[in-house]
Design a protein around this ligand. Structure first.
Ligand SMILES: [Zn+2]
Length: 100
């Protein structure tokens, strides 16, 4: 399904950085409105899940975010997925502490 990537602020806080915000499984729902299965940012902020309708406002967003983690985290989606899988597996491995 379609994935929409927009530059937006995660919070209604003008001090916040601009992030790459991803609308997952985005479907148009009229003028500037999209339904998404969940909404998060590249740097890992989960904004909404379980199906939401997002209205896009013209907030004068720049072409690029200024969130350093969004910029550095912008990689090939396949690579990001592979990396997440590795990280998940690493978390699932029990840690054994042996006395010296
Ligand atoms: Zn970010």
């Amino acid at each position: 399904m379609a994935e929409m990537q927009i530059v937006a602020k995660a919070l209604n806080d003008f001090g916040d950085d601009w992030h790459w915000v991803i609308l997952h499984d985005a479907e148009p729902r009229g003028d500037r409105r999209f339904h998404a299965s969940h909404v998060d940012t590249i740097c890992g902020i989960l904004l909404d899940e379980g199906g939401v309708v997002v209205t896009l406002h013209d907030t004068g967003a720049p072409d690029q975010p200024n969130c350093p983690r969004c910029l550095s985290g912008r990689m090939d989606p396949a690579l990001r997925l592979a990396l997440e899988e590795v990280l998940e597996r690493a978390e699932a491995v029990p840690v054994t502490v042996r006395p010296r």
